[in-house]
Write a protein that binds this ligand. Structure first.
Ligand code: ADP
Ligand code: 5GP
Length: 423
C-alpha cells in the first residue's frame, strides 16, 4: 500500500510497480470526486455519485473507504480478495485512513509512506501536475502535515526525490518482503526439492479431510461469552497444508480474526454443540478429522437473553460442554481416524497427551506446550510433538505454524501408508 500526501508521487510509483512486478495488480478505487484532465472512468477511478457510494457502503462493498479532501474514496473488497485468492499482489494508492483499515484486515500487508522531498517540492509538483486549482492545492498541502503525522504507523517510508531512486527503493522493499517467511511461511519454491520430511503428503491427494479450528464461544447473554485465546492460525494452516496436498478440505471454524483459507469449504460455528452437530453429519464421509479447534471445555449453566446488569458480585456457574470426540465415537457408525491437538502445561505433557489421545480414540495427537512463550496460542510460530497410537513420536522444532502444518500432514501421510509411527 502506498499512502502519503497528495502530490507525493504515489500514483507515479504505483504505475512503475505494476510494470516491474508481473503478478501485481493496481486497485482502481471508487470515488465521488469528478473526473479531471485526462482521467478515464474505470481505469483511473470508478466515478460515482455520493448517493451511489453511500449505497455501496451500506452493502459492504468496500474493504475500506474514507473521506479525503471532501470526497469519498473506497477500495472494492470483492476485487481485492479475488486477486489475493488467485495469488496476485495488489497495489493500493490510498490515503492514510484507508491504509490503516486495510492493515487491520490484512496484517501481512506492507505499508509504505511516500514522503515528498520537501513542502515546497510538494506544492510545485501539485502546480505542475495542472489537475487542481490553487485553492485545492493549498488545501492538499495543508493536509500533508496531518497525514505525515501518521508515518509512525507505517512499515516503511520512501522520500520521493529522484524518481529512479524512489522506484528502486520501493522495489527493494517489495522484493525483500516477498521473500519474508512470515508472509509466505511455506514457499511453493521449497516444494521443488520435496525434502524427505515432506514425504507422505502425497497420500492425502483427493482425500476428504475435516479440519476444525479456532475457539468456540459459549454465550452467557446476548453480548458476552466464554472463550479462549486461540487465534485459529494452526487450524487454518492445517487446512491450507491439506488443500495444497490435494485434499478436499472441509474447514469448520469458530470466530477468529483470520481470513478463511481460499480453496476450502468453510462452515462457521459458534459453540461446541454447533461444532458437534456439523461434525456428526460429516465425519462418516471423511478420511481424517483434524481437531485443531480449541473447544471451550465449559459453558454457563444458564443463558440470559439481553444483557446481564452489572452487579456488585455475582456467581457464574459453569458446566462441561459436550466432549466432541467421545460423543462422535459413540454416535457415529463409521468414525474416521482422528488427529487430536492437546495443549498441556508442565513436563508430564507427553503423558497427559497420550492419555487424552487414547481416551478420545484418536490415532495421533499433536502436543503443544502451553507454558513455552512464543509458540502455541496467539503466536505465529509453533513447536511440539506428534505422538502416534503406538507411543512413537516425531518432534517438530520451532517454525511457522504453516510450516509445522506441512510437516504434520506429511507425518500423518507416512503413518497412514506404513502403519503406526509412520517410519
Ligand atoms: P499522488 O498520486 O501522490 O497524488 P502523483 O503520482 O500524481 O502524486 O505525482 C504528483 C506529480 O508529481 C505528478 O505530476 C508526477 O508526474 C510528479 N512526480 C512524481 N514523482 C516525482 C519525482 N520523483 N520527481 C519529479 N516529479 C515527480
Ligand atoms: P486524488 O483525488 O488526488 O486522486 O486522490 C486524493 C487522495 O485520495 C490520495 O491521497 C489518494 O491516495 C486517496 N485515495 C485514492 N483512492 C482511495 C481509496 O480507495 N481509498 C482511500 N482511503 N483513499 C484513496
Amino acid at each position: 500500500m502506498l499512502a502519503g500526501p497528495s502530490g507525493a508521487g504515489k500514483t507515479t510509483l504505483a504505475h512503475h510497480l505494476v510494470d516491474t512486478f508481473r503478478s501485481a495488480m493496481f486497485s482502481v478505487s471508487t470515488t465521488t470526486r469528478s473526473l479531471r484532465g485526462s482521467e478515464e472512468d474505470g481505469s483511473d477511478y470508478f466515478f460515482v455519485s455520493r448517493e451511489e457510494f453511500e449505497k455501496r457502503i451500506e452493502k459492504g462493498f468496500f474493504l475500506e473507504w474514507a473521506e479525503v479532501h471532501g470526497h469519498l474514496y473506497g477500495t472494492s473488497e470483492e476485487w481485492v480478495s479475488g486477486q489475493i485468492a488467485e495469488g496476485r499482489s495488489v497495489i493500493l494508492d490510498i490515503d492514510v485512513q484507508g491504509a490503516l483499515q486495510v492493515k487491520d484486515a490484512f496484517p501481512e500487508s506492507v505499508l509504505i509512506f511516500i514522503l515528498p522531498a520537501s513542502p515546497e517540492v510538494l506544492s510545485d509538483r501539485l502546480i505542475n501536475r495542472s489537475t487542481d486549482d490553487s485553492e485545492i492545492i493549498l488545501e492538499r498541502v495543508k493536509a500533508a502535515a496531518w497525514e505525515t503525522g501518521w508515518i509512525g504507523a507505517f512499515d516503511y517510508f520512501v522520500r520521493n526525490d529522484r524518481l529512479e531512486d524512489s522506484v528502486k527503493q520501493v522495489e527493494n522493499i517489495l522484493q525483500g518482503e516477498g521473500n519474508r517467511l512470515v508472509n509466505m511461511p511455506f514457499p511453493d519454491e521449497a516444494r521443488v526439492f520435496e525434502p524427505d520430511s515432506f514425504l507422505g503428503r502425497e497420500y492425502w491427494k483427493n482425500r476428504r479431510i475435516i479440519v476444525t479450528s479456532g475457539p468456540t464461544r459459549e454465550p452467557l447473554d446476548d453480548v458476552r461469552f466464554i472463550s479462549n485465546r486461540s487465534s485459529g492460525l494452526m487450524g487454518s494452516s492445517m487446512a491450507e497444508a491439506f488443500r495444497d496436498a490435494g485434499s478436499d478440505v472441509l474447514f469448520v471454524t469458530g470466530s477468529t480474526c483470520n481470513m478463511n483459507p481460499p480453496g476450502v469449504s468453510t462452515v462457521n460455528i459458534t459453540t461446541a454443540s454447533d461444532m458437534l452437530a456439523v461434525l456428526g453429519n460429516e465425519v462418516g464421509k471423511a478420511d481424517l478429522l483434524v481437531m485443531a479447534a480449541a473447544v471451550s471445555d465449559f459453558k454457563p449453566v444458564s443463558y440470559m437473553h439481553g444483557k446481564m446488569e452489572r452487579a456488585g458480585e455475582c456467581e457464574l456457574q459453569l458446566k462441561a460442554t459436550p466432549d466432541i470426540l467421545s460423543t462422535l465415537n459413540k454416535t457415529v457408525e463409521c468414525m474416521c481416524p482422528v488427529l487430536a491437538f492437546a495443549l498441556e502445561f508442565g513436563e508430564d505433557g507427553e503423558e497427559k497427551a497420550l492419555k487424552k489421545m487414547r481416551h478420545k480414540g484418536a490415532c495421533a495427537v499433536f502436543l503443544n506446550r502451553g507454558d513455552i512463550s512464543g509458540i502455541g496460542m496467539e503466536a505465529t510460530g509453533n513447536e511440539g510433538m506428534i505422538i502416534f497410537e503406538d507411543s512413537s513420536s516425531l518432534m517438530i522444532h520451532r517454525c511457522s505454524k504453516r510450516y509445522a502444518a506441512e510437516l504434520v500432514v506429511a507425518a500423518m501421510g507416512r503413518y497412514m501408508i506404513k502403519g503406526i509411527g509412520g517410519e
